[in-house]
Design a protein around this ligand. Structure first.
Ligand SMILES: [Zn+2]
Ligand SMILES: [Zn+2]
Length: 420
């Protein structure tokens, strides 16, 4: 009998790590980290690399790839991901080592060893690894992201990983309709809530940006380096925004990888236009220039925990003509959350006079989307909810039973084993 072992993302958002086991061998789906309140990485449960037939990385977010190099210190299990995932993962891991190296059980060499064992695969390509066969399917979360359909001992397991079903600029809806799966392991980050329609969020964002800039202010958009920053740039490019736009931090490096692999993008022309028309910050002189004229500055990091967005925030916070528009989830205890909830900034608790707004550009599927997605998958006997808070997971489990009539819905904790 095959087994699913939840090594991470059990009753928590992030730290994804799902082991599929059969006859003493394993296929590991993701191996990510979370960060504690002191910004130290927290690892998923242990797995012996020599027992693995392969590792699959679904997408280049640290909560899915951040622990993976740890598996490559002695043996080197084969690694599979899309090409763009491998390239962005490399950037992210090297950045994490730079910031957190002292707390990590691996270094740059492990990243090199890991990438040396990697094979880039395309969506829908059949892969055989030991007793497992699998393929990556388009998941609509970020460029290059994938769900994984695994076949083992005659059973079919669909691991959606982070997934979305809306039209954004960089990605289009997941292509999972009509897939046949006995077991679906699905994210439940927004299991209890629904996002407003994306088009409305884009319009409100653009209107607000114009208001601020046309009244002589500058808009700071702190954004995640992977996908969110490039999505915001694409939205401005689509509307022929006529004021200066600056792109700063790792957002630029990732944008260049995306541009080099533009066939992975849904609307590549928008990002290419942004890269050719907007200003890229290359040093301190540019940073000062960016603040001189009204415009928009898209800068890493998304929760203002570091990176150039912190520098701009300090310069801009005191002027009520300016604005800071948050476009990402703001975790508890981050400077971004403090700005939103208390209107103050940093340890000195500087009052923020600039206009503050939050926009729901989430790249995670919501409750309505999850139900719609599950309805389109054939033969589902069991649903396993991961990557979510227990409260949202309970609400979602009840909905799945009630609306889809699937009785077998599990909410495993980390360390739980599910026999299939
Ligand atoms: Zn995730
Ligand atoms: Zn993700």
């Amino acid at each position: 009998m095959a087994r699913i072992v939840v090594l991470g993302s059990g009753r928590e958002v992030g730290r994804a790590a799902i082991l599929v086991e059969s006859r003493g061998r394993g296929l590991l789906l993701d191996y990510g980290v979370n960060f504690d309140e002191n910004d130290r990485p927290i690892f998923p449960g242990d797995v012996r690399p020599r027992d693995l037939d392969a590792v699959v990385l679904t997408h280049s977010h640290l909560d899915h790839v951040g622990a993976a190099p740890y598996l490559y210190s002695s043996v080197a299990p084969k690694l599979y991901a899309t090409k763009i995932t491998l390239e962005v993962t490399r950037l992210l891991l090297l950045d994490m080592i730079k910031l957190n190296g002292a707390y990590l059980p691996f270094d740059e060499k492990s990243v090199d060893d890991m990438l040396a064992a990697a094979e880039a695969v395309e969506y829908e390509q059949e892969v055989e690894a030991g007793g497992f066969s699998f393929k990556l399917l388009y998941s609509g979360h970020i460029p290059g992201s994938a769900s994984v359909l695994v076949e083992v001992e005659g059973r079919r397991i669909l691991y959606t990983s982070d997934v979305n079903v809306i039209d954004a600029k960089l990605v289009s809806p997941a292509k999972l309709n009509g897939v046949k799966a006995d077991v679906v392991i699905i994210e439940s980050t927004y299991g209890a809530t629904n996002h407003p329609p994306r088009r409305e969020v884009e319009e409100r964002f653009y209107r607000s940006v114009k208001e601020v800039v046309e009244s002589g202010g500058t808009v700071l958009v702190p954004a995640f380096s992977v996908a969110r920053g490039q999505e915001i740039a694409s939205i401005l490019a689509e509307r022929d925004f006529s004021h200066p736009v600056w792109i700063d931090g790792m957002i630029r490096q990732v944008a260049e990888v995306y541009a080099a692999h533009y066939k992975y993008l849904y609307l590549p022309s928008l990002l290419l236009k942004a890269l050719s028309e907007f200003n890229v910050v290359r040093g301190w002189q540019d940073r000062k220039k960016a603040l001189k004229k009204p415009g928009v500055i898209i800068a890493s990091a998304g929760m203002l925990k570091g990176g150039p967005s912190l520098y701009y925030m300090k310069k801009m916070a005191a002027d009520k003509k300016n604005a800071v528009f948050l476009v990402s989830y703001q975790a508890a205890g981050t400077p971004g959350r403090m700005i939103l909830e208390e209107g103050v900034f940093g340890e000195e608790r500087i009052p923020v006079m600039a206009r503050v707004e939050w926009f729901d550009f989430s790249s995670h599927i919501d409750q309505r989307g999850i139900l719609q997605l599950l309805r389109k998958i054939n033969g589902v006997e069991k649903v396993v909810l991961v990557h979510g808070e227990p409260r949202a997971q309970k609400v979602l489990a009840a909905k799945i039973k009630e609306e889809l009539g699937i009785e077998d819905v599990e909410i495993p904790a980390n360390g739980d084993v599910i026999e299939i």
